[in-house]
Design a protein around this ligand. Structure first.
Ligand code: IMP
Length: 180
């Protein structure tokens, strides 16, 4: 298939991963997770907004008993420090003693997942792992053990399949990367 070029806001993007490849990778990930969590009733925590499409396609292929819930990360300026502090919003489940898997769209610097791991770890889950559709290993700024990765990609900005560029592009069924 020839790459398709689209324009979102002021930037051009061309097709990078077609839906068929995305789904094939999700099928493999689902098989791995099913094997690892058989008999464990895991709790999936999907991080909105970016992971909504990935979560739906992944969960349709997980055929063991499991639960799914949705959380968000807020970002606010901490008055005590210069950095951004991210806080988990919307977690209503008691995760103590549970086998928890975080579902992310993309791990870039790792700030978001790192903050999430620290906050969830304090609630004493039995286990805690990350499932991500995409990962940019060159950008990672934290020591993170990301167990389930559908695909590692170079340091290019991507949109589609849940990922946005200033609010647009989440509904695209393929993934596009920025044309530099
Ligand atoms: P991190 O905290 O730097 O790992 O960034 C994680 C969040 O930034 C993701 O959940 C996305 O919402 C957003 N993000 C990072 N890279 C991209 C990208 O290439 N396209 C769209 N969103 C991205």
């Amino acid at each position: 298939m020839d790459p398709r070029t689209i324009t979102i806001h002021d930037c051009d993007f061309s097709t990078y991963m077609y839906e068929e490849e995305i789904i094939a990778r999700i099928v493999m990930l689902a098989e791995q997770i099913e094997q690892d969590y058989a008999g464990k009733n895991p709790l999936f925590l999907a991080v909105l907004n970016g992971s909504f499409m990935f979560t739906a396609d992944l969960m349709k292929r997980i055929n063991i008993p499991c639960e799914i819930s949705f959380i968000r990360m807020s970002s606010y300026q901490d008055m005590q420090s210069t950095g951004h502090v991210k806080e988990v919003l919307g977690l209503t489940e008691n995760i103590e003693g549970r086998d928890v898997l975080i579902i992310e769209d993309i791990v870039d610097t790792g700030h978001t997942v790192n903050a999430l791991l620290h906050q969830l770890q304090e609630k004493n889950p039995s286990s805690l792992e990350i499932v991500t559709l995409l990962m940019k290993p060159e950008c990672l700024q934290h020591q993170l053990d990301v167990k389930y990765v559908a695909k590692s990609i170079p340091n290019d900005f991507v949109v589609g399949y849940g990922l946005d560029y200033n609010g647009l592009g989440r509904n695209l069924r393929d993934i596009y990367k920025i044309v530099s």
